[in-house]
Design a protein around this ligand. Structure first.
Ligand code: PGA
Length: 242
């Protein structure tokens, strides 16, 4: 079954390095679906490197208007092939103090602009130690971030489950633990209905563990930063066709 592989380039590359990376990876086709999230400053390269690969934005401002100095909204990115938008990443919550309320505004704005939101949620190490606390936390994050979103629109959203202690760490979260929480997220969202909601795992996906996550029937794909910022690793994750 084809999986969704989302690559967050974060702030790892300048325009020349991004261009070299895209040139390498767009030479091939892949078994899995690949989405690249370059920095906003390098998104213009998306029109030079077209292939089966799709693009998304790591961040954006959630209002339209001509007088919002310094902001980049989705209208301004109209010709940059932005099909997806990351919202609620742990680094945005921590470094830029983004609240669930702001994330909710961004998510609704993305939907209104026909861009697929990739909503990141995930508990801390401390919360992970208590099953009930962890469940309550994930439930609360989901309900606040999805406030006002029609249930029938849930299928237009991708969830990236990223326990915060696994992001930028040495090893990813335990497979069984991840599978249980992803099952829980799917249950919470589908609410006994047969919605097909994609939930990915993210956090220190690497050479040793990527196959484990990708072979799981519960996990619909992965959100990866460091490991996939090398083109040869992206090709492994994505399953390069020879
Ligand atoms: P990592 O980052 O793959 O480098 O752990 C994941 C993320 O930030 O989503």
């Amino acid at each position: 079954m084809s999986k969704l592989i989302i690559i967050n380039l974060k702030t790892s590359k300048n325009s020349v390095e991004t261009s070299e990376y895209l040139e390498q990876i767009t030479k091939y086709d892949y078994k899995n679906k690949v989405v690249i999230l370059p920095s906003v400053s390098n998104l213009f390269l998306s029109s030079l490197y077209t292939s089966n690969i799709e693009y998304g934005v790591q961040d954006f401002y959630y209002k339209d208007g001509d007088s919002l100095t310094g902001a980049v909204n989705l209208k301004m990115l109209e010709f940059m092939n932005v099909k997806y938008a990351l919202v609620g990443h742990h680094e945005r919550r921590k470094e830029f103090k983004e609240s669930n309320a702001t994330i909710n505004k961004k998510l609704i704005y993305a939907l209104n602009n026909n861009v697929i939101p990739i909503l990141c949620i995930g508990e801390s190490l401390k919360q992970s130690e208590n099953k009930n606390l962890c469940k309550a936390f994930l439930k609360k994050q989901l309900s606040l971030c999805l406030r006002g979103v029609k249930k029938s629109d849930y299928e237009k959203i991708i969830i990236a489950y990223e326990p915060t202690f696994a992001i930028g760490a040495e090893s990813g979260a335990n497979l069984e633990y991840v599978e249980n929480n992803i099952r829980l997220i799917k249950e919470l969202l589908s609410n006994n209905q047969k919605y097909n909601i994609k939930v990915l795992y993210g956090g220190s996906v690497n050479e040793e563990n990527y196959n484990l996550y990708l072979e799981s029937e519960v996990i619909d794909g992965v959100l990866v930063a460091r490991f996939a910022q090398k083109s040869e690793n992206l090709m492994k994750l994505a399953g390069r066709n020879e």
